[in-house]
Design a protein around this ligand. Structure first.
Ligand code: 5GP
Length: 116
C-alpha cells in the first residue's frame, strides 16, 4: 500500500507543496519542529535508505540540490540549517517513504540528546 507521501506526490492528499519536479516533491511537515520544516521526497517510492540502490544515486543527489535551493528560498541558508534522514525503528522513522527533513529558522541545539 502506498504511503501518505505517495498520495501527496500524486496530488491525491493535501499538502503545502513548496517545490515539485519530475524527480522530487517538497512540502511542509504537518507537525513542524522548527520555523522551517520541509520534507524533500523522491517521487519514486523508496521505503528507506536500506532500500537505496546505485540506480537511485542521481535522484538522491538531486534531493540535496533541492534542499540547498529551498534553504535559500526560505532565507535560512546564511544562519544554517540541518538535514535529517531517519532510517528504521531506532531512528524513529514514521513514514516508510524516504525523505530528507530540512529544518531551520532557529538554533537547533545538539544533533542528538546527550546521554551523560
Ligand atoms: P520520519 O519520522 O519518518 O523521519 O518523519 C515523518 C514526518 O512526516 C514527521 O515529521 C511527520 O510530522 C510528517 N508527516 C506525517 N504525516 C504527514 C502528512 O500527512 N503530511 C505532512 N505534510 N507531513 C506528515
Amino acid at each position: 500500500m502506498s504511503s501518505i507521501f505517495a498520495r501527496i506526490i500524486a496530488g491525491e492528499a493535501p499538502a503545502d507543496i513548496v517545490y515539485q519536479d519530475d524527480r522530487v516533491t517538497a512540502f511542509r511537515d504537518i507537525n513542524p519542529q522548527a520555523p522551517v520544516h520541509i520534507l524533500i521526497v523522491p517521487n519514486k517510492e523508496i521505503p528507506s535508505v536500506n532500500e537505496v540502490t546505485e540506480a537511485d544515486e542521481a535522484v538522491l543527489g538531486h534531493m540535496l540540490v533541492v534542499a540547498k535551493q529551498l534553504a535559500q528560498q526560505e532565507d535560512i541558508h546564511k544562519n544554517g540549517y540541518r538535514l535529517i534522514v531517519n532510517c528504521g525503528d531506532h531512528a524513529g522513522q514514521e513514514v516508510y517513504h524516504l525523505h530528507i527533513h530540512l529544518l531551520g529558522g532557529r538554533a537547533l541545539g545538539p544533533m542528538l540528546q546527550r546521554r551523560d
